[in-house]
Every structure is written in structure tokens, then in C-alpha cells.
Design a protein around this ligand. Structure first.
Ligand code: UT7
Length: 335
């Protein structure tokens, strides 16, 4: 019997206009285009103007997704905003977005799942749609990393990796079992939370942030890059196998694989281990760097534009990142 589930009916993305190349970074810190390219595959990233927050980028991506879906704000009945860079500590960026676009008083929630944010957000939207609670859900992944990175040699291991950007999708119910979201696999392993995290402001410290903390750079993200890398590849492969097993598909059935873009070496290793041919694996990290929760929706938009993702394509997405969190989703593309 056909079951109510969700499908994506509109997509949009936006990156701010300022391009920062590896050579630009090499002028302000001890790094080089050769190091960044060889270790990560990144050549450039986009950076927002000061005064621009995640909700500002998310708003433009959302407007584009709504236009693509042929809908207006008034049609939406739930907003889910994935970001690790909320505009302010609280409230969430979904509420800030509501102050910039009229959505009435519909529920608006943030999720904090870092690189896996978009997959978790789509899974939450799908669950709400399946249970019949909501029927036009706006899912956004948006990040302004650049205001929170240490662009000196001290912070070079993290600062060169990240870029700003936003992507959005509109999800609605379908009862057609040949389209839409087919399944998910979601995981988290909190014991590794301090392998990639932002220390300050500390919720547990009176005053939250001090001059000494700022002098020590505790308001910048910290990462054990090798540990993250070591966990990423096997977790990607496990979660892909899990979602395929859950949905009854084989890796050969997949038409397009969109992995989270953290490092092109991770993408290549996962593609190889999963025996996916290069032409089925999306990589745009060279142009955007790691845009965290925005990465997968940006890749989805670009894949539609270049014709690799089309109606009927079996789309596999997977991500791994801070938390640790990781997950995958399989969908039959319907637009
Ligand atoms: O999406 C969130 C999840 N994040 C990830 O998935 C990131 C996973 N990790 C990685 O992608 C890689 O570990 C990095 C790209 C972050 C680093 O590559 P690596 O091959 O693991 O390098 P490393 O951390 O072992 O550093 C090698 C050397 C070090 O110098 P020494 O100790 O060998 O003298 C670093 O200090 O490279 C140095 N280094 C740099 N040199 C030039 C670190 N950052 C830079 C830099 N430019 N930006």
C-alpha cells in the first residue's frame, strides 16, 4: 500500500560574492596554495560581508527554493534550520529568518548537527510529513564560518577549510512510492565531541567568555584533523551500506552520490571503497571549501543545473562531522 512520505519539490542556494583564494590566505598566514590543494582539494571559498549572518544567506537560498517550488512564504508550515553558526547564541536562526521573511507564526526550529545537519534536517522534516503534522516544510542549511575563524598562522589548520554559503529545499508529502525520500541512517558518537568543537563561550563558565580565553583563541574552533579524517572514511562507508540495506538497493543502483565536502581525499577514498565510478561522485569542494550544513543542498542545486541530477535519479547523500555525527539518505529525485 502506498504510504505518505516526503519528496523535495524545490531547491535553491546562495553564496556571498567575495571569493578568497588559497593565495589570498597565503598572504595573511603561513600556508600555501600547494599545501591546501594537496591536502584538501580546496582552491577557493566564498566569504560574507561583515554584518551578514546565517539567516541572511539562508533567506536568499530559501527565496530561491520557494520560487523553484512555485510557492510563497505563506504556503510553508514548518521551518527547519541547520547551522553550527547561529546568528546569535539564542534564539535559533530559524527564528531570526522569520524576522526577515514573513512566515506568520509557524513553528521554526534549529538543529545543531554540524556537517550532518542537512541530512538530520531532511530526516526530521520527513518524519513530520509522514505523521501528517506538516505538509510544506522549508529546510535550510546555512553557515557564516568566516566571522569565527582564526585567519592567522595559529588557526591555519581550520581556517583554510571552511567557506560561507546556504542551501534550501522545500519538502511536501507524496504517496508515490517511486519518488521522494526512501530511507535514512543517522548516527552520533558524542564521546568524540572534542575532536572538532568551539570551546568559548562556555555555557558552564560564569561570564561565559573572558579576555584570557580570547587571548588563548578559545573562541575559535579546535580540530584534531587526523582523528576526524580517520573516523570519516569508515563511517561514510558503513552508513552508505546501512541505508542501502534498509531500502533494498545496491550501490550499482545509485545514479548520483553527493558526499559532504570536507576534504576531497575523503570523497575519493569513499568513492573508491564503495566502487562508485568518478562520474557518479559529486565534488565541488575546490570552489566552496567546507560549507558544513549548506554543502549537500548546494551540491544538489549544482547537480540539477549541470544535468547530473534529474527526475528519476536515485540520489545517495552521506555526511560525517563534528559531534561526531554522521548519516546518509537515499531518495528518488522527483523534479
Ligand atoms: O567537515 C568537518 C569534518 N572535518 C574533516 O573532515 C577534516 C578531516 N581532516 C582533514 O581533512 C585533514 O586532517 C586536514 C586537511 C585538516 C589536515 O591534513 P593532514 O594531512 O591530516 O595534515 P596534519 O594535520 O597532519 O598536518 C601536517 C602538517 C603539520 O605540520 P608538522 O607538524 O608536520 O610540522 C601542520 O602544522 O601541516 C601543517 N599545517 C599546515 N601547513 C600549511 C596545518 N595546517 C596547515 C596549513 N598550511 N593550512
Amino acid at each position: 500500500m502506498a504510504m505518505r512520505h516526503s519528496t523535495i519539490i524545490g531547491t535553491g542556494f546562495y553564496v556571498p560574492p567575495n571569493v578568497v583564494t588559497n593565495d589570498d590566505l597565503a598572504r595573511i598566514m603561513d600556508t600555501s596554495d600547494a599545501w591546501i590543494t594537496e591536502r584538501t582539494g580546496i582552491k577557493q571559498r566564498y566569504i560574507a560581508d561583515e554584518g551578514t549572518g546565517a539567516a541572511d544567506l539562508g533567506k536568499i537560498a530559501a527565496e530561491r527554493a520557494l520560487a523553484d517550488a512555485g510557492l510563497t512564504n505563506q504556503d510553508i508550515d514548518l521551518i527547519i534550520f541547520a547551522t553550527l553558526n547561529p546568528d546569535v547564541f539564542f534564539p535559533g536562526s530559524a527564528c531570526i529568518l522569520q524576522s526577515k521573511m514573513p512566515f506568520g507564526t509557524i513553528p521554526a526550529l534549529d538543529i545543531r548537527q554540524q556537517c550532518t545537519g542537512f541530512i538530520y534536517a531532511v530526516a526530521i522534516a520527513d518524519a513530520f510529513i509522514r505523521m501528517g503534522a506538516y505538509s510544506k516544510v522549508l529546510v535550510i542549511g546555512a553557515e557564516v564560518h568566516s566571522t569565527g575563524l582564526d585567519f592567522t598562522t595559529r588557526g591555519r589548520d581550520v581556517a583554510v577549510l571552511f567557506g560561507d554559503g546556504a542551501g534550501a529545499v522545500v519538502m511536501t508529502p507524496t504517496e508515490n512510492e517511486n519518488e521522494g525520500v526512501l530511507g535514512f541512517a543517522l548516527h552520533a558518537q558524542g564521546e568524540h565531541w572534542d575532536k572538532l568543537y568551539l570551546p568559548a563561550p562556555y555555557g558552564s563558565v560564569r561570564g561565559r567568555i573572558t579576555h584570557e580565553m580570547i587571548d588563548r583563541g578559545e573562541h575559535y574552533p579546535k580540530m584534531d584533523g587526523r582523528a576526524v579524517f580517520k573516523h570519516a572514511v569508515p563511517r561514510f562507508c558503513e552508513t552508505i551500506n546501512e541505508v542501502l540495506a534498509k531500502t533494498g538497493y545496491k550501490i550499482e543502483d545509485v545514479d548520483l552520490f553527493i558526499p559532504h565536502q570536507a576534504n576531497d581525499r575523503i570523497t575519493k577514498m569513499v568513492g573508491k571503497q564503495m566502487r562508485l565510478p568518478d562520474e557518479k561522485v559529486v565534488s565541488n569542494i575546490a570552489r566552496y571549501g567546507n560549507t558544513t550544513a549548506a554543502t549537500i543542498p548546494i551540491c544538489i542545486c549544482e547537480s540539477r543545473q549541470d544535468g547530473r541530477l534529474k527526475k528519476g535519479s536515485l540520489l545517495l547523500c552521506a555526511a560525517f562531522g563534528s559531534g561526531f555525527t554522521w548519516g546518509s539518505m537515499l531518495m528518488r529525485w522527483s523534479i
